[in-house]
Write a protein that binds this ligand. Structure first.
Ligand SMILES: Cc1cc2nc3c(=O)[nH]c(=O)nc-3n(C[C@H](O)[C@H](O)[C@H](O)COP(=O)(O)OP(=O)(O)OC[C@H]3O[C@@H](n4cnc5c(N)ncnc54)[C@H](O)[C@@H]3O)c2cc1C
Ligand code: SF4
Length: 448
């Protein structure tokens, strides 16, 4: 701990977002960066707590106090080494992790101003790339082959760990490009795809093979591999099966988001296939982060209006007694996309889609609902109120989550990881799970 009193004198300073009028005109990353001096000052605020709850909260077991200390002292390379001992991809988590660590920081509890751990993490890895410290490594080979199905954060993390352990790794991906939801879900304004490409170049130089446009049937795995890691994510979005669902203009959020990412990567779509919010009244059904990404995308495409509705009540603002510190707080959240313009409403159940004569959606009938707490403390019970209204919408985006997949009857040498195992989750959890899966495969093959 470099400066034991910094937390008393240095206020928290986030780099913040680019101004709204500027950022909604492009798909570049919205987050800015601090200069080196301010970044070191932010790192100095870490109190090096006896029990580092940040470390406990991070699914990867990152060691924030150690790398904050190195950063404060200007030992950037040491900070990079500490960080990458636990995290293979700090450039992803440094940009898009919801920073579970910061919610558990003692300065969050004390003054609601945690150490800027996530941004510091991003600054450290960016300096490492800039300085040329991120170089391909060579590891002793074991002469065994492992196949990884799916190239999202779980697959990439499993591949990196298995390669480090000495296995010859081939990653099979059904899409044209590697990255999973990092590439085809998360919008560019949160994560530029060049960040993924930069990491892939290092992984390929380390000997990991990527085979794209190659869907693999888990029931008919190719011969010649000692083990497999299945990281196929959560392919099935939750549907809203209400009258009018067949109308045109109603899309799953991921179809919409992935198409926009593909367009930005240079892919062309015919007019009739293109899903765009330009000039439209957009209704996003689902109040979570995927919905928020749809809002940011719709505003950049030039939507006439954007509304996000959610069936559940508005979460508590500030703190939630049901999720006390150091747990991750389930509280009202305003993202950069919300700031860019949208109306948000809660307690609305969708009853039916309303269409024009030529089969296009132009509204959704909704009903206000109330929620009664369950006597046993379980899921609250929904009570319709009879108060109905029609919301105007000529583009409806369904962002209600994904179904947890099942994997019956897999052979013994197959280990499942990431969202494919847990259901919809977070990038940081998937990176952690990819590491766990690699260890499991290593143990299994070593015992053999
Ligand atoms: C829109 C959106 C925004 C998100 N934003 C964030 C965020 O900001 N921060 C955060 O932490 N988390 C976020 N998440 C969640 C996060 O992206 C996921 O939890 C994570 O990407 C899951 O990683 P994964 O590797 O398990 O699966 P995925 O990323 O889904 O990757 C699975 C891969 O497997 C491939 N695949 C599937 N079946 C086959 C097959 N048979 N053969 C070959 N390949 C196959 C798929 O094409 C895909 O590339 C977001 C999710 C969405 C949908
Ligand atoms: S990966 Fe996420 S939770 Fe872990 S230290 Fe980084 S920002 Fe915090």
């Amino acid at each position: 701990m470099g400066n034991p009193k910094a937390f008393l004198t240095v206020p928290r300073q986030s780099a913040g977002y680019r101004p709204i009028h500027e950022r909604i005109a492009d798909f570049g990353e919205v987050e800015q960066t601090l200069n080196t001096g301010d970044r070191k000052l932010q790192a100095s605020r870490c109190m090096d707590c006896g029990v580092p709850f940040c470390h406990w909260a991070c699914p990867l077991g990152n060691r924030p106090p150690e790398f904050q200390d190195a950063l404060f002292k200007g030992h950037w390379r040491e900070a990079y080494q500490i960080l990458t001992a636990t995290n293979d991809f700090p450039e992803f988590t440094g940009r898009i992790c919801p920073a579970l660590c910061e919610k558990s920081c003692v300065l969050k509890l004390a003054i609601d101003a945690p150490v800027t751990i996530r941004e510091d993490e991003c600054a450290v890895i960016e300096s490492a790339f800039r300085e040329g410290w991120v170089q391909p490594q060579t590891y002793p080979r074991l002469g065994k082959k492992v196949g990884v199905v799916g190239s999202g954060p779980a697959g990439l993390s499993a591949a990196a760990s298995l390669n480090r352990l000495g296995y010859d790794v081939t990653v099979f991906e059904k899409e044209e490009q590697v990255g999973g939801l990092l590439r085809y879900g998360i919008p560019n304004f949160k994560l530029q795809k060049t960040v993924i490409d930069r990491r892939l170049r290092v992984m390929e130089a380390e000997g990991i093979r990527f085979v794209t446009s190659s869907p693999i049937d888990p029931k008919k795995l190719p011969e010649g591999f000692d083990a497999w890691c299945l990281c196929t994510g959560t392919p099935t979005p939750r549907n809203l099966d209400i009258p009018g669902r067949e109308l045109s203009g109603i899309h799953f959020a991921l179809d919409y988001l992935s198409q926009q990412n593909k367009v930005l990567a240079g892919k062309e779509f015919k007019d009739k296939e293109r899903i765009t919010a330009h000039g439209k009244h957009v209704l996003v059904i689902g109040g979570g982060d995927t919905g928020s990404d749809c809002i940011g995308t719709a505003n950049r495409q030039g939507a006439a209006s954007v509304m996000q509705i959610e069936i559940m009540p508005k979460p508590p603002v500030g703190c939630n007694p049901q999720t006390p510190w150091p747990a991750f707080p389930r509280v009202f959240k305003t993202t950069s996309s919300h700031e860019e313009g949208c109306e948000r409403r809660w307690n609305l159940a969708s009853l039916r889609f309303i269409g024009t004569k030529d089969g296009k959606v132009h509204g959704v009938e909704v009903e206000t609902v109330e929620w009664e707490p369950a006597a046993d403390g379980g899921r609250p019970k929904m009570k319709p109120t009879g108060k109905k209204e029609t919301l105007q919408a000529d583009l409806v985006l369904l962002a209600m989550g994904f179904l947890k997949p099942e994997h019956p009857g897999l052979p013994e040498n197959v280990v499942v990881a990431g969202d494919a195992l847990s259901g919809p989750s977070l990038v940081v959890r998937c990176i952690a799970d990819g590491r766990r899966a690699a260890e499991d495969i290593h143990r299994m093959l070593s015992e053999k």
